[in-house]
Structures are given as C-alpha cells and as structure tokens.
Design a protein around this ligand. Structure first.
Ligand code: CA
Length: 434
C-alpha cells in the first residue's frame, strides 16, 4: 500500500510526531576515519561534530552495504531493494526514472523533499520537490550543480563540501510550509581525487598518521582469487597502486617523490600522503556537519529532527595493503552509521544488529508513519535505535559485487556475513591455483 494524502495529518509512532529527516551521506567515508568508532586514526583525526551525533544518539556498528560501490549502494538506499531487483548492479546502471522510491513515498505523505550534492544515479533525480546535484562525480573546487527546473547547470564558487552545505541550508531556510522535511545532503568527499580545502593545507604538519596493523600482512594464506588482486597501497599490484598514484603528476594536491628502491619506505610515504589528503577532506565534512547541527539548534528543531550520518560504503585506508573499496572485506563492507533523534534514541546508544543499506528506506518510512511498500526488501531498524530490536531479526547480511576486474582488478563475488563468519564465493576470473 502506498501512502496517501490523508497521512499528512497523522501522527507517527510513540512520539506522536513525524520527525524531520536530515540524511547526511558522505562518499567513501570509512568508519575507521570517524572518531566515534575509536579506530587507530581517531587520535590524529578527530571528528567532533560527526561524533556529536553518536554522543547525543546512537552509533551503529554492524551496518553493511550490499555492494561496495557508489551507484548501486545509493540505489539500494533509495529503493530498499537489492541490486538484482532494482536493476542497479554496476556503476553504469541508471535508476529507472519511472520507478518510485523513498523520496516519492515521503513526498506523498506530505514531506517537503530535497536532495543536494552527489546523486550518481545518472538520470535526473525523480520524486524530490527540489534537487541540486553534481553531474556524475562532480568537482571539489567550484562545483557545478544541476538544479531542478533549470535548463543549464550553475557553477558555485567555493569548496564542494562547503557549497553543498550552503545550498542545503538555503533550502532549509527557504522552505515554504509547516510540513516536515526530508533533506538528503550528499557530500562528494572523501571520494577520490581527495582535493582538500585550502584551510587544511597545514592540518597534518609534523604529524605521523598511524598505520593499520595489517598494512604489511603476509598474504600467502589467502585464496588465489584474493592474494594478488585488487588495487594496493604498495607497488604490489602494477595495475593500480597508491605509490604510483601519489607519485603521479595527476595527483591533485601535488605529487610526492616515491622513487627509490625500498618498497616498504615507498609504501609508507604513499600512506602518509594518501591518508593526509583523505583526512583533510574529512575535516571539511566535519566542519559542515557542525554547521547543519547548529542550524537545527538555532531553528529550534533539533528535538524534532532525525539526523542520520552515513556513507554509501566504507573504504580501505591501507588495511590489508588495499586502497579503494569493492571487496566484501570489513573495511569497504561496513557503512558508518550514526543517528540522533532525541525523542526516541537515548544518548550514547550502541546498536550491534546486522543491518544493511536496504533497511534505510523502510526505517525512514517507519519514522514518518508511512506504510512500507511490499516491494521493499529491507526492514525498519527503528526498534534497534530505541533499544527494542525485533526478536526475529536477520542473522546474516547478503552481498554481491558484479563488476569483475573493472579498473580495480577485483573479481566478481557474492557472500553472506553473520556475526561470526563470512562466506564469499569469487567468480568471473580464471582463478589461480589456491
Ligand atoms: Ca562511494
């Protein structure tokens, strides 16, 4: 059943109110690069504003994407369906512009809806009252945005994360009515090419960024499908590795010298440069999350607004000598997820239930008091957030990556992850002897 107009006046849930929804999504933001997750990077790269969402709400530790690349994960978030059902399996698949998704359903229920920032589902965003989206991946500096109702894109001066937040705040400030809002604020950062804002030029001056314990791990025990595949931090993979990337003239913030013969030293130098630039782009996200939270406070609507912070998938930052994402390893598989809604979520909560990106749409619909359409495959985790998870919750999450070897030398694979185990089947490549 689809929501109808009469739901506009219906109260939702125990709080008796339908919350505003501020859905903030970064691009390739690893949980290891968020202070609230307490990983090895947190001492040198705090994220105080992002962490505030967890401090005043919940940190969710086991939320996983169903395909660790941008376009498919975004489609699953909007539709609540896995890629084999919504048709978005690869970076090249577009979302069917005629199909309904979360924005339509919330809009039909009386929400004011907008998306600002990265879209990356190829067709123009449907179902939103307003959109201002980057074409494709967009640019870090002076980004161009395609705006609903405008024939030509507009170039906005400034740094993309600041500009996206400016535009999101403008839309919030200009909203016409008393209806609740659903605002999807999607940053480009910290996706490559990691061009940071000028104000962070000196952020890691004199700082040695801690390395992950698995940077130089022995991979001899791995299967043939994984042992020598995938883009690496070290020069191990000649097709794509970070030593070559940061030594290239194309590196946006200036190449470093990675010449020399000692691969360990070259790898360590590449790690420092890669992480410094990545974390500088994260610093600007943190600033801007602070601006969004401040706005909610100043507008007096923080209590009435569900704030979600997540990323379309995680990211390797040198763990297992990998960079990039795509694999069903923990670092790309895990989506950071923080949520604040003071009326229902206790401060400093932790959720460890097995969640997936297909659960986002039904969860937000649940908060909005909207019946979840039958086609949605995920389930609402609102109960997890309020400390009362359902007894019959799933015991495994499913994953599938379809793009074998496409530009990062990763085999296609699918698998399941339970609390303790992971079973992965790699296919699509002639496998070396195991
Ligand atoms: Ca992404």
């Amino acid at each position: 059943m689809y929501p109808t107009d009469h739901m506009r006046d219906m109260p939702a849930g125990a709080s008796g109110q339908r919350p505003n929804i501020l859905f903030v999504m970064a691009d390739d933001h690893a949980a290891n690069a968020i202070g609230a997750y307490g990983a090895h990077l947190s001492p040198v790269a705090p994220t105080d504003n992002i962490d505030r969402i967890a401090r005043e709400g919940a940190r969710l530790d086991n939320c996983f994407c169903t395909n660790a690349i941008c376009t498919p994960s975004r489609a699953s978030i909007l539709t609540g369906e896995y890629g084999h059902r919504n048709g978005v399996r690869t970076l090249h698949d577009e979302i069917d512009p005629d199909r309904e998704h979360l924005a339509h359903w919330l809009g039909d229920a009386g929400y004011d809806t907008a998306i600002v920032g990265k879209w990356h589902l190829h067709t123009d965003p449907a179902g939103f009252d307003h959109y201002e989206v980057l074409p494709g991946q967009g640019r870090y500096e002076d980004p161009t945005l395609r705006e609903k109702g405008s024939e030509t894109p507009t170039t906005r001066e400034g740094y993309s994360t600041d500009v996206i937040t400016d535009r999101a705040l403008d839309w919030l400030g200009d909203r016409p009515g008393e209806d609740p809002f659903f605002l999807a604020c999607h940053f480009k950062a910290p996706h490559e090419p990691w061009a940071y804002a000028d104000r962070y030029e000196d952020l890691f001056e004199g700082v040695r960024i801690p390395e992950p314990s698995t940077l130089f791990e022995d991979k001899s025990h791995r299967s043939g499908a994984t042992r020598e595949r995938g883009s690496t931090l070290s020069p191990r993979n000649p097709i794509r590795n970070m030593v070559d990337q940061v030594g290239s003239e194309d590196w946006p913030t200036g190449a470093i010298d990675t010449s020399g013969t000692d691969d360990e030293e070259r790898t360590r130098a590449a790690y420092q440069k890669h992480l410094a630039d990545y974390l500088r782009t994260v610093a600007a996200i943190d600033d801007n999350v602070g601006r969004l939270l401040d706005y909610l406070d100043e507008a007096g609507i923080a209590e009435d607004t569900l704030v979600v912070y997540t990323s379309d998938q995680g990211m390797f930052l040198g763990e297992h000598d990998h960079i990039d994402k795509r694999w069903m390893y923990e670092e790309p598989l895990r989506m950071p997820l923080l949520a604040r809604y003071p009326r229902e979520i206790a401060p400093d909560s932790f959720v460890d239930g097995l969640l997936a990106n297909v659960d986002f749409a039904p969860t937000l619909l649940d908060y909005a008091g909207v019946d979840v359409p039958d086609a949605v495959q995920g389930r609402s985790f609102r109960g997890h957030l309020s400390g009362d998870p359902p007894d019959d919750w799933r015991e495994a999450v499913y994953y599938r990556y379809w793009m074998h070897r496409a530009h990062h030398d990763v085999p296609a694979h699918y698998g399941i992850r339970t609390r303790r185990y992971k079973l992965v089947f790699f296919y699509g490549l002639p496998l070396d002897a195991a």
